[in-house]
Design a protein around this ligand. Sequence first.
Ligand code: NAD
Length: 499
Amino acid sequence: MLTLADIQSQINTENFIGGEPVKATASETYTSLNPSDNQPIATFALSNAEDTSRAIAAARKAFDQGPWPRMSVAERVKLINRFASLIEEKAEFLGAIESYDVGKLLGECVGHDVARASANMRFFASKMEQWEDEAYFKDAAFLGRKIKTLSIAKREPAGVAGIIVPWNSPIMLATWKLGPCIAAGNTCVLKASPWAQLTILQLGQLAKDAGIPDGVMNFIAGGAEAGQTLTSHPDVDRVSFTGSVGVGKAVNIANAQARMAPVSLELGGKSPSIVFDDADLDMAVAGVARGIFRSQGQSCVAGSRLLLQESIYNEFMPRLVKEVKAMKIGSQLDSSSQIGPLITKEHLASIERMVQAGVSAGAKATIGGRRPEGVEFAQGNYFEPTIFEEVSSEMEVWQEEIFGPVLCVMPFKDESDAIAKANDSEFGLSSSVWTTDMDRAMTVSSAIESGMTWVNAHFVRDLRSPFGGVKDSGIGSEGGRYSLEFYTRAKMICLTYPR
Ligand code: NAD
């Protein structure tokens, strides 16, 4: 396993712009701390508007004058696949950085998130190779002459993309956007959250080593100022944002006022897991626990509201509590840990505040609701997995995204009660339905207002399918052709000839 010293000796902490590391002009800095002991990992500058504009200018130049948009798809695919291979070669290094920086379990960072990063790049490269333009023949008349028209519908790269990602899965979410963006021939500037910049800042050198032309992918560290600049800059043609509802709305407004570039918003969730009395209960117990407590609940699609059919409530709850109590809390670097620390002290404090609000409003914390005791937890941002019962629908803990290891449980009577309770939310990102009745599964899945529904599972997905939310959970979908459509613009060319 790589030690912190190994990482610190190799890590890049500078912006990567126009194919080289560039010192930011900003004086404000941020020091990333290891969530399990709050010891410093690395310090970097938080880019200001000037730094961000410099990165946008590099992306603009690479798009307007550089080879990337003019290359054949096959040439681009070759370089993207080389980039993916370099991510694979560096998986241990990148995974260790992400684990130290974010507090996600090391095994998950290396084995899942970094693996998905290279898979994302390869997937979209291959998807672009398979892109099919359309052409339509039609008989028509023009100036009294009979003609035939051949209307070609082609997709063209959109230009420069401003990409903003949150802190919870930086490398996976970044490549989920970089893949379609550059496969389609665009250039971009990508900014992660100050809480989780470190993995992202390593990608520029890998892109250069892969032979991807300078300026195609630019990576900057920064917070709100850099994000605002990316969102409203006249040289940015697409804004792709993943983050909270509040900031997503601000991004949409700022962009509409400044530029009106198409915006994709992947926002928060308060996703229901609905367990019916005919479900395979062993699977449902394990699935519900995984659905909320994976990554300490710091997942946009976390199943944070459990709707449990009344007739199995008293059987299900003790089994769920037993399952969750058995989860081992510990450092993200310890391979036996199942629950790691939360990303920062500030995030821990916000979760504690919401949990306290739940208790004050009358919810009962059946387990958890506090920091774990023990010297090994004293310096880290640990919080016990928490289950709230006796929750009512107007409570903040039931309505608001906590983004931590907190599950709220509510009973329901029948299908229509379950659907009504599931839909009583401003969010609409994901949901899961646990039943052995496939007719019921289809009926309920279709009735739930969410962009994605799993039946008897959570998290699993096919990269070709749409990923995105409805209601306040976002605008647009990502994945397969949905992403490629966002990063391209449709163009019609109509050829005509006499008939
Ligand atoms: P956040 O909204 O606070 O920040 C997201 C990004 O926006 C960060 O890079 C941040 O620096 C930047 N930013 C902050 N202010 C900005 C501004 N005014 N203009 C432009 N950019 C700005 O979210 P977070 O706390 O980093 O992440 C957690 C949230 O992300 C949760 O709500 C979670 O559900 C959501 N999320 C959604 C998905 C999805 O696919 N739907 C995936 C992961 C996380």
